[in-house]
Write a protein that binds this ligand. Structure first.
Ligand SMILES: CC(C)[C@H](C(=O)O)[C@@H](O)C(=O)O
Ligand code: SF4
Length: 468
């Protein structure tokens, strides 16, 4: 057979029992404090134990405050959060699961620590009770979010009963212009394809523009596959992947590394592979992207203006745009660069890795943010924080007027004390601009780290290029 997709190839290797819904084996189960306590509770009431604690890794990320500096055991901002963190600690201790709690050197956003430790590897099946598990697909793994009852099932059996995903190929052609990042690329793809384009599918991103991306960039792209409605995204591994993984803490070593490489090199779709859907997007002409609405597909170029819903042919699209503009407090025809910004947030599992911080710091070096702006940068993990400090990036950020925080989901989700006040406008490197996402009444514009930095300096939406 030479028409197999990468997704089917990995699926076949993990199939325990085919059926209307397949039973598949799970190689890695990641856990965070929000979506796991109930699953452990259910497991306990059923009198069952965790079958493979050695294949589970947990971290505290959603509820952790980012204003502490590794104090260890510092409380969450509210009683609910504190309780989840406590339950997580107890559950992991009891089950013998590796936990990276608040204040520990391995702590961080679950989708940042997996790859950085070398836990996330090509060809694996990876699940987590979190929709942005798609991030791990950047390594050529099948990685997707699951619900709480599925978390329980995986804890109990190390398998998951789930339908085989339909497949979709998103081929991204062209060479992006200087200053255009992975974030811009994926926002442009979602803006063109729509937030429902991938529904029910597992998307393989491929094409010259994807191959050219670093692993960090690929993670940004796969992270946002779920914002196109997909179950997940993945990218076939190549030398960029292998270079990233070589020598990481949990990567195979010596002869095992060679054997892993031999296997990993087979992980690709056949040239004639048949996908359920195929879309091709050319990104050679795109500029930095900014969202103007309340879903990630409502995105345009920083060079453009707020669109006019009355010009939209599709009534549903027009309706959604009208509502979005009302919530966002925007008027059609306003140049994107004329939109003033109150808060800038650099962080989240989309854009909080070293490469993101370096890129933003490069824009900020030797400059000061506008006096009207409050800006914060939240490294994705304790390791990213240490590395950034070793490179002096923290000083670049603080000298520019940014707050330098401790790792966590922070203002991406606003359940940890970091929120955007009602009516305020935030340029954010996160992945969701839904109503109320960053706090009740908060207005979110999704951007790349470079655009976030330039916007902080200008006080209004701006591209890094504007500053030269
Ligand atoms: C809290 C968690 C379950 C949720 C998710 O599934 O994605 C969160 O991470 C998010 O980004 O909205
Ligand atoms: S950073 Fe945001 S998107 Fe990512 S896991 Fe945390 S809350 Fe979800």
């Amino acid at each position: 057979m030479n028409r197999t997709t990468l997704v089917d190839r990995i699926w076949e290797r993990h199939l325990v029992e085919p059926g209307e819904t397949d039973l598949i084996y799970i190689d890695l189960h990641l856990l965070h404090e929000v979506s796991s306590p109930q699953a452990f509770e259910a497991l306990r009431s059923a009198g069952r134990v965790v079958r493979r604690p050695d294949l589970c890794v947990a971290t505290a990320d959603h509820q952790v405050p980012t204003l502490i500096d590794g104090g260890g055991g510092a409380p969450a901002v509210d009683a609910g959060g504190a309780r989840q963190l406590l339950l997580q600690a107890g559950n992991c201790r009891e089950a013998g699961i590796e936990l990276h709690p608040l204040g520990s050197p391995g702590q961080g956003i679950v989708h940042v620590i997996g790859p950085q430790m070398g836990l996330t590897q090509p060809g694996m099946t990876i699940v987590c009770g979190d929709s942005h598990t798609a991030t791990h697909g950047a390594f050529g793994a099948i990685a997707f979010g699951i619900g709480t009852s599925e978390v329980e099932h995986v804890l109990a059996t190390q398998t998951l009963r789930t339908a085989r995903p339909r497949t979709m190929a998103v081929t991204v052609e062209g060479t992006v212009r200087p200053g255009v990042t992975a974030k811009d690329l994926v926002l442009a793809v979602i803006a063109r394809a729509g937030t429902r384009a991938g529904v029910g599918t597992l998307v393989e991103f491929r094409g010259a523009a994807i191959r050219a991306l670093s692993m960090e960039g690929r993670m940004t792209v796969c992270n946002m596959a779920v914002e196109a409605g997909a179950r997940s995204g993945l990218i076939a591994p190549d030398d960029t992947t292998f270079r990233y993984l070589e020598g990481r803490e949990r990567s195979p070593r010596g002869r095992l590394w060679e054997r892993a490489l031999d296997h990993w090199r087979t992980l690709r779709s056949d040239d004639d592979a048949v996908f359920d859907r195929e879309v091709t997007v050319d990104v050679s002409a795109i500029a930095p992207q900014v969202s103007w609405g309340t879903n990630p597909g409502q995105t345009t170029s920083v060079d453009a203006a707020v669109p006019d819903p009355s010009g939209m042919a599709d009534p549903a699209e027009r309706n959604a745009a009208e509502r979005a503009l009302e919530y966002m407090g925007l008027t059609p025809g306003t140049a994107m660069r004329d939109i003033p910004i109150d808060i800038v947030f650099i962080g989240s599992c989309t854009n909080s890795r070293m490469e993101d911080l370096r890129a933003a710091a490069e824009v900020l070096r030797g400059r000061r943010i506008a006096s009207s702006v409050r800006a914060l940068v939240v490294p994705g993990s304790a390791l990213v924080k240490r590395q950034a400090e070793a490179e002096g990036l923290d000083r670049v950020f603080t000298a520019a007027g940014f707050e330098w925080r401790s790792p966590g989901c922070s203002m991406c989700v606003g359940i940890n004390g970091d929120t955007v006040a009602p009516g305020l406008r935030c340029a954010s490197t996160s992945n969701r601009n839904f109503e109320g996402r960053q706090g009740p009444g908060a207005r979110t514009h999704l951007v790349s780290p470079e655009t976030a930095a330039a916007t902080a300096l200008a006080g209004h939406l701006a591209a890094a290029d504007d500053l030269v």
